[in-house]
Design a protein around this ligand. Structure first.
Ligand code: NAD
Ligand code: TYD
Length: 347
């Protein structure tokens, strides 16, 4: 069972398993189809892998619906991506984050525990944001103390703790991964990189929060997928793995890089204006974490995982993908997302 498989990372993961990784089993993808989901992301997968791929629309916090999925599909492993994932939304309205990230994860853990020993692995996909903010020095390791600052990261931290507790208390076979910021194809354009690509393409202002000097450690999404698959195959029972790209960059450097790539790959703006001129500094995010940086030595050493993309190669592929896949972009931009923005920001 893959949860949240119609979201950004989940849909890339399902594609990876069925098309590239040589996975021989069957997948049931459970997704509530929130604003962040786009079933179009997997339309061709459903067609191509019919017998090996099924989709069920359900809320992971709906115990009865999820019990049916566990049993009808004889689920033996869970890879749990489903979450509310956007920090800015969690600041405006944390309710859905508590519901899905905490109660939803708890519901899945209970159902999995009741089905031991059939459940051989519960992999929980989490974030480095649970560790809080770093100063100029140092890295998050697997033993760094949790110190979440946003409702999003606090809800993910809660779910991580529940997963650990179900292992320690009930012996549920679990693994956890805490990954840095992902980017790549199929990411909903509310997150920094796709938002900036599309605004730059259309000549709209490029909002940079605060001074733009915050640092994130970027990982191309397919590298996250190979890490999760490696952990599912070879991760140690009860272990946590940090996953990152060793690509620490200030937000402003990321935005400048996107501007230059869009200038190179797309039609010029009127008057041949450089897209860097569209950068607009806006009010900072409350509680904005200054720096994230992952030490991923453990997964490299113990599981032999390495990222395949550098930031330069991954960003170029990403910009090209958003410039090419206009149908996908049009679909996500015309739907619930726009209504949500209008309701909350009046724009
Ligand atoms: P996303 O927002 O793109 O997708 C989330 C998916 O979960 C959507 O398809 C949504 O419909 C589904 N979902 C939400 N609530 C649900 C519910 N109650 N029941 C069933 N489905 C539900 O998120 P993403 O960026 O793909 O992130 C996936 C996971 O990876 C999350 O757990 C996130 O915390 C984690 N993560 C993300 C990043 C990142 O940079 N995006 C980095 C590290 C970890
Ligand atoms: P985001 O993609 O929301 O990921 P996260 O908050 O989970 O790290 O944001 C990445 C960084 O970019 C973060 O420091 C906030 C900043 N940011 C902007 O400056 N402008 C924007 O419009 C957005 C969405 C983010």
């Amino acid at each position: 069972m893959v949860t949240g498989g119609c979201g950004f990372i989940g849909s890339n993961f399902i594609r990876h398993l069925l098309d590239e990784a040589g996975f021989a089993g069957r997948i049931v993808n459970v997704d509530k189809l929130t604003y962040a989901a786009n079933p179009l992301s997997l339309a061709d997968v459903a067609e191509k892998h019919g017998a090996r791929y099924a989709f069920v629309r359900a809320d992971i916090a709906d115990r009865a619906a999820m019990a049916r999925v566990f049993d009808e599909f004889a689920v033996d492993a869970v890879c749990h991506f489903a979450a509310e994932s956007h920090v800015d939304r969690s600041i405006v309205r944390p309710d859905d984050f508590i519901h899905t990230n905490i109660l939803g994860t708890y519901t899945l853990l209970q159902l999995a525990r009741e089905r031991m020993p059939r459940i051989q692995r519960f992999h929980h996909v989490s974030t480095d944001e649970v560790f809080g903010s770093l100063g100029a020095q140092g890295y998050f390791t697997e033993t760094t103390a949790y110190s979440p600052n946003s409702p999003y990261s606090a809800s993910k931290a809660s779910s991580d703790h529940l997963v650990r507790a179900f292992h320690a208390t009930y012996g549920l076979p679990v693994t956890v991964s805490n990954c840095s910021n992902n980017y790549g194809p199929l990411q909903f354009p509310e997150k920094l990189i796709p938002l900036i690509i599309l605004n730059a393409l259309e000549g709209k202002p490029l909002p940079v929060y605060g001074d733009g000097r915050q640092i994130r450690d970027w990982l191309y999404v397919s590298d996250h997928c190979t890490a999760v698959w490696r952990i599912l195959q070879a991760g140690q029972d009860g272990a946590t793995y940090n996953v990152g790209g060793r690509n620490e960059l200030e937000n402003l450097a990321v935005v400048n890089g996107i501007c230059d790539l869009v200038d190179e790959l797309a039609a010029p703006l009127p008057g041949r204006q450089a897209r860097r001129e569209l950068i607009t500094f806006v009010k900072d995010r409350p509680g904005h974490d200054r720096r994230y940086a992952i030490d991923c030595t453990k997964i490299e050493r113990e599981l032999g995982w390495q990222p395949a993309e550098t930031f330069a190669t991954g960003l170029r592929r990403t910009v090209q993908w958003y410039l090419t896949n206009t149908t996908w972009v049009g679909q996500v931009r015309s739907g619930e997302y726009q209504r949500w923005i209008a309701a909350h920001y009046g724009a």
